[in-house]
Design a protein around this ligand. Structure first.
Ligand code: GLA
Length: 390
């Protein structure tokens, strides 16, 4: 994965679309990846999350296909895949087409049939790094196809469609966070989401003195391999034992009372979720008051809990986070933590803008020195959510 950004826009994809398909796209849509600032593994527990949209995005150009079949190109330079309208509603090969098939199938279920589509996809959201490249894909495809069909789908429903695609077509039992922020992000803001009601508030994140640094561990992560689903199951069991509908309704008192019955693993999983929901609230408050040190305390607590109680970090990611306390410019970092599903992927750090490039270089060097791994980073501001590009 390479976090170095390549510009993409309607202007960059349109000439390729014309070259591949021989006609202009009728609609072009974009949707971003995300970095989660705090609130990890809480979404499927009806809890709180606080992600922000990246400036990196997936751009999708579409037009009705004159051929009677769908013709899709998954990224620049790739072969065009031709699929019949019937086949396109089912799981198939190559794997990436399932994200498009899943959106078509979900639209079909809602009575929306778009007909055969010529489609070109381009993305600068890094893949496999926990920055939600697949949510960006589902949400941008859904936004482009809704525009093509001339129907309005609310951002909330676009997010729910994206989540259904993950469950049904990619075998990933994810929560709603990634698709929701991709559909609803607003430039200059992070977003605090209540995953039970899907109500949200925008949290301004536009202090020029503080930058968001995302650094890749270069350890590839996958949520389809069972460890993620296992965590979900352990959380559901813990909620059952404590006799609450979800861990959202549990508190530390209930947890202590049920400790023996929960057993060590479920106890620690539940302790993470309960603590993480509280840390989201503390982080949001700190942000609204500009108290970056306090925001950093919440981030450190989140990482320790994900590492020790939830056990979704890995040695390399822990090294990166601990380097944030050990490099010469450590005092320019307010806080750092793993971000996303875990088992590899990226860390996110809040850093004094004046020192952010220096901090990034020191981290790259120290990480290489300690692990032998060369990697990349990006400095980003909160970007916009899904939109049709005009
Ligand atoms: C992945 C999932 C999200 C969320 C995070 C962990 O990104 O797609 O729904 O569960 O992991 O916070």
């Amino acid at each position: 994965m390479d976090l170095v950004q390549r510009e993409i826009s309607k202007e960059t994809v349109t000439p390729y679309f014309v070259e591949y398909f021989g006609h202009e796209p009728s609609h072009v849509a974009a949707a971003p990846g995300r970095v989660n600032l705090i609130g990890e593994h809480t979404d499927y527990n009806n809890g709180f999350v606080l992600p922000m949209a990246l400036e990196n995005q997936c751009v999708v150009a579409v037009a009705p296909s004159p051929t009677g079949n769908h013709r899709w190109c998954g990224s620049l330079g790739d072969q065009i895949i031709e699929i019949s309208p019937e086949d396109a509603l089912h799981v198939g090969e190559p794997f990436w087409t399932n994200y498009v098939r899943g959106v078509l199938a979900n639209l079909h279920r809602r009575g929306i049939d778009v007909g055969p589509v010529d489609m070109l996809i381009d993305s600068n959201v890094p893949r496999g790094g926990g920055l939600s490249s697949s949510a960006a894909l589902e949400v941008s495809v859904c936004t482009a196809l809704a525009a093509l069909a001339g129907v309005e789908i609310s951002p909330k429903d676009v997010a729910l469609i994206g989540q259904a695609v993950e469950h049904e077509f990619a075998n990933v039992p994810c929560g709603i966070m990634d698709q929701f922020i991709s559909a609803n992000g607003k430039k200059g803001n992070a977003l605090k989401l209540d995953c039970a009601s899907l109500e949200y508030e925008l949290v301004p994140m536009n202090d020029p003195a503080v930058s968001v640094l995302v650094l890749d561990s270069a350890v590839k992560h996958s949520l389809a391999d069972g460890a993620y689903g296992k965590r979900r199951q352990q959380c559901e069991e813990a909620a059952n034992i404590m006799n609450v509908p979800s861990l959202r309704e549990a508190d530390l008192e209930m947890l202590e009372a049920a400790q023996a019955e929960l057993g060590d693993v479920r106890y620690r999983r539940a302790r993470h979720v309960i603590g993480e929901n509280a840390r989201v609230a503390a982080f949001a408050k700190a942000l609204s008051e500009g108290k970056w040190d306090e925001a950093g305390v919440a981030m450190r607590g989140s990482h320790a809990s994900l590492r020790d109680d939830y056990e979704v970090s890995c040695a390399e990611v822990d090294t990166l986070v601990s380097l944030c306390d050990r490099i010469p410019s450590a005092s320019s970092i307010y806080g750092a933590r793993m971000t996303g599903g875990g088992f590899g992927g990226c860390i996110v750090a809040l850093v004094k803008t004046e020192d952010v490039e220096k901090v990034a270089q020191e981290l790259l060097e120290a990480y290489h020195h300690e692990t032998g791994i060369e990697t990349t980073y990006l400095v980003t501001r909160p970007g916009d959510g899904a939109r049709v590009l005009v």
